[in-house]
Design a protein around this ligand. Structure first.
Ligand code: 5AD
Ligand code: SF4
Length: 449
């Protein structure tokens, strides 16, 4: 049996795509290996969001090239495929730079992986597939016969929306993932039901602009994300729903109401703001001000008290002054985050901000990043600390490192460790939170459902 090694970098959608590639490969007889040197096919499912992410791929490809040469001496086929957002952005450039790459496959074409492998074998030439095909990839993805790590877990990702039309001036996503697209409702429901039948209990609906979801229902009507959440809540076995990533401009009233009225929709909102300075927000083409953001956060908290808020931030966007940066700190203090993801601005080729002449110095970016991260870490600690002594609902996911221990997630996405006697993954329990560790909470079970 041939073996494939698939590694995904970057966001959750890439994780989802990687799993779907594994399903496609399993369908043509590949087994999976965790050892790249052992693989007949290596797929690097890449991320292009920041420079470091992309550069990592080239160093990885260097290592793979050496492994390939030594395997080929023993007559073993070794195909190297670059998939994902670097594949889309760089295309043929990858093969020009690393001759041993056999396949370059963009995020909209990976359903064709089996036939592209055949094409590579037939032609003996590298295959580059970075079109955005008319017939969508979702329709071309066969329902899997095997369970992948994703569908084995009680918590699974499900892409419902993909691509972006908003064109923030720093971001590559509109170029690598293409135009905004929503999967039809029936298609999403069928996949959700299949996952539920495989034992999945929690779904995280994915999209670069997930709350812009507007899928067509079978009766021809358009369904919003709130509508989709309502219908997926009715599927037997699905006890929790989450969604990410949202944009402020698409935070509609019905979605906010869903947080108030639907107990299966988890009290967690990932809502990137990027900056707290209106001047920078404008230059980023975000289409909102700091005040719009804070007002929205207030409304969401009124609808669902205690909801956990997380955000993304960029420091050192071109032209960002110390005063602009302080506005970001100010916004963070006011919004109060349960988790925050902050990044140094990284100029991405082909995006408008990359061409600006007022780039911020690296040392300044470093210093701002440290200050912001210290603030966010403190807020996360406070959020976690406030949970101690409370009972939280925990969905148990997997065994912990210590024997008998289980790890689950709270509604706020915190990892929770507890003694698992009489319990198993998939159980939804009430847990009393006892202490805050470095990356998780410890607890004991108060009540099993
Ligand atoms: N530089 C730094 N961070 C970026 N992000 C997106 N593009 C860039 C860039 N060019 C961050 C944003 C986004 C997250 C996924 O990555 O904060 O929300
Ligand atoms: Fe990376 Fe963005 Fe592509 Fe996800 S969509 S893999 S974050 S570049």
């Amino acid at each position: 049996m041939k073996k494939a090694f698939v590694k995904s970098y970057g966001c959750q959608m890439n994780v989802y795509d990687g799993e779907r590639m594994q399903e496609q490969l399993a369908a043509i007889g590949y087994g999976l290996t965790a050892e790249p040197d052992d693989a007949d096919l290596v797929v690097l499912n890449t991320c292009h969001i920041r420079e470091k992410a992309a550069e990592k791929i080239y160093s990885e490809l260097g290592k793979l090239r050496r492994a390939k040469t030594s395997r080929e001496k023993h007559g073993k086929e070794t195909l190297i495929a670059v998939a994902g957002c670097v594949a889309q952005a760089e295309g043929a450039e990858i093969v020009a730079r690393v001759k041993s790459v056999d396949l370059v496959i963009g995020p909209q074409s990976y359903h064709r992986l089996p036939e592209l492998i055949e094409e590579r074998r037939g032609s003996g030439k590298a295959v580059i597939e970075t079109e955005f095909p008319e017939a969508g990839k979702f329709a071309g993805l066969a329902a899997p016969k095997t369970r992948t790590p994703l569908t084995r877990s009680v918590s699974a990702f499900l892409t419902v929306q993909e691509g972006c039309d908003k064109f923030c001036t720093f971001c590559v996503v509109p170029y690598t993932r293409g135009a905004e697209y929503s999967r039809p409702v029936a298609d999403v429901e069928a996949e959700a039901r299949r996952l539920a039948e495989l034992g999945v209990r929690e779904l995280t609906l994915l999209g670069q602009n997930v709350n812009a979801y507007h899928g067509v229902a079978e009766n021809g009507e358009t369904v919003s994300l709130a509508g989709l959440v309502a219908s997926l809540s009715k599927i037997d076995g699905i006890v929790r729903l989450r969604y990410m990533t949202s944009h402020l401009r698409d935070m509609t009233d019905d979605l906010i109401e869903a947080h108030a009225g639907n107990p299966k929709l988890m009290p967690y909102l990932h809502l990137p703001v990027q900056s707290g300075s209106d001047r920078v927000l404008k230059a980023m083409n975000r289409g909102h001000t700091a005040e719009n953001y804070l007002r929205l956060v207030k409304r969401v908290r009124a609808a669902r008290p205690g909801i956990a808020l997380s955000g993304d931030f960029i420091v050192g966007f071109p032209g960002e002054t110390e005063k602009d940066f302080e506005s970001t700190l100010e916004l963070v203090r006011e919004a109060r985050y349960a988790a925050g993801y902050s990044f140094k601005y990284s100029p991405r080729p082909g995006t408008p901000a990359a061409d600006r002449s007022d780039q911020v110095e690296e040392t300044v970016k470093d210093e701002r990043l440290q200050r912001l991260q210290a603030l966010l870490r403190g807020q996360q600690r406070d959020f976690n600390q406030a949970c101690v002594g409370k009972d939280l609902e925990v969905l148990l996911e997997k065994p912990g490192r210590q024997s008998g221990q289980l790890i689950g997630r709270s509604p706020y996405l915190q990892a929770v460790h507890l003694p698992g006697e009489g319990l198993k993954p998939g159980d939804l329990i009430q847990a009393r939170i006892e202490a805050v560790g470095t990356n998780s909470l410890s607890a004991h079970c108060r009540e099993a459902a």
